[in-house]
Design a protein around this ligand. Structure first.
Ligand code: AMP
Length: 372
């Protein structure tokens, strides 16, 4: 039996475990939280990501180690790499952990990205605002996710308060992109370099948190461009596993926002809507197994459940809807599960969304405004 170690025990680890059990894989998870939700399904090593003895314990047991989030210290990945195969590699984590390194990589590879400037002092912030103009977004270079560690600057009066809020750690100022939509490319690359792409995904965020993804995307023409950019990133990093690249679409062109070197929330629909899920394909890739087909089974909409799950019976009453609960306690702003609706007919889609959207805190008007 092949043994997979996962650093981080959140929902992504849990969904990897669920996919991997069907392949006959075994799992151990390293997480500092005793109640990490993947620990309900696999043996949990409770320990910090810097804890060398715990990292070694995981590395000794596993045939391969992977991550459920990219903010594991790169030093931890290097310690693991001394003992066991680790994908993605420490070097990739290092780049993806820092928005400046990530954007520099995009520029090096000729991939359009947002205008940006690094900011380490209030003076630098003022100079960056003059260079980029307002509105702009100030972000922490590291450890930001789901819109955390970000502040939009609209008028000059915002500059000092944003600095008070976020200053003290390395920052980056980005132009605020007036995008038409947001899309992501999910790709999987095997140990032999074979690469497969899922259909381009269209994403809707509210307050920096992904609320809804849908495939196929309405801008099918962008798919080819997105695949090319993503292939450049994968080949440059000699990447193994599933990787997502998030883009803004502005005036019909792609502008790269960030890389996620892991399975990604905008790929959760693949469990019910693709021939092989992103989770299974990530495991296949890191274990050197043949990759599965990434074909779409039919149009899908994935809805994130934020804070609390909707009532099971009410969701299941909507035909063609799949319920995924992560085993987490309810908490404001927390991703606790997702729903996937897979329906071909547009009238039926509208009827289903009328029921489902309010159950996850969205309105049909908000959806229609986003959709058209
Ligand atoms: P991020 O953590 O960079 O993925 O940002 C989360 C979300 O905030 C993005 O998906 C966008 O909806 C929004 N956002 C972040 N950066 C920008 C930007 N430079 N311009 C416009 N919107 C942004």
């Amino acid at each position: 039996m092949m043994k997979v170690g996962i650093v981080g025990g959140g929902q992504l680890a849990r969904l990897l475990v669920l996919a991997g059990y069907n392949l006959g894989l075994q799992f151990q998870i390293l997480d500092p939280a005793i109640d990490a939700c993947a620990g309900q399904l696999a043996y949990l090593i409770k320990g910090n990501y810097e804890d060398i003895s715990r990292l070694k314990q995981l590395a000794e047991w596993a045939d391969v180690v992977t991550f459920d989030f990219e903010n594991v210290p790169a030093t931890a990945a290097r310690i693991l790499e001394e003992q066991v195969a680790v994908y993605p590699q420490a070097q990739t984590l290092y780049i993806a952990q820092d928005r400046f390194c990530e954007k520099t990589l995009f520029l090096e590879l000729g991939i359009p990205t947002t205008l940006f400037a690094t900011v380490d002092s209030l003076d630098e912030l003022r100079r960056a605002v003059i260079k980029l103009d307002l509105p702009a977004v100030l972000k922490t270079r590291r450890l930001g996710y789901d819109g955390k560690g970000q502040r939009v600057l609209r008028i000059l009066d915002d500059v000092e308060s944003a600095w008070q809020e976020l200053g003290g750690v390395p920052l980056i100022l980005e132009e605020l992109v007036p995008f038409e939509r947001e899309v992501s490319v999910l790709a999987v690359r095997g140990i032999d370099g074979e690469t497969k792409f899922y259909p381009l995904v269209e994403n809707y965020h509210r307050d920096g948190i992904l609320r809804l993804s849908r495939v196929p995307c309405r801008d099918q023409m962008l798919e080819f461009q997105g695949y090319n950019y993503t292939r450049c990133v994968l080949d440059h990093l000699n990447y193994i596993g599933l990787l997502a690249v998030e883009f803004f679409v502005k005036k019909g062109c792609l502008i790269a926002n960030e890389i996620a070197p892991r399975v990604h929330n905008s790929g959760h629909w693949t469990i019910d809507g693709a021939e092989t899920s992103q989770f299974e394909n990530h495991l296949r890739a890191i274990l050197g197994l043949p990759l599965g087909s990434t074909s779409l089974l039919g149009p899908c909409i994935m809805l994130n459940c934020i804070g609390a799950m909707p009532e099971l019976a009410r969701v299941l009453a909507v035909q063609d809807t799949h319920y995924h609960f992560y085993g987490k306690t309810r908490r404001f702003g927390r991703k606790v599960g997702h729903l996937t609706l897979r329906v071909n007919d547009s009238d039926k889609l509208r009827a289903c969304l009328n029921v489902l959207l309010p159950l996850v805190g969205l309105t049909i008007d908000e959806f229609l405004e986003w959709s058209y």
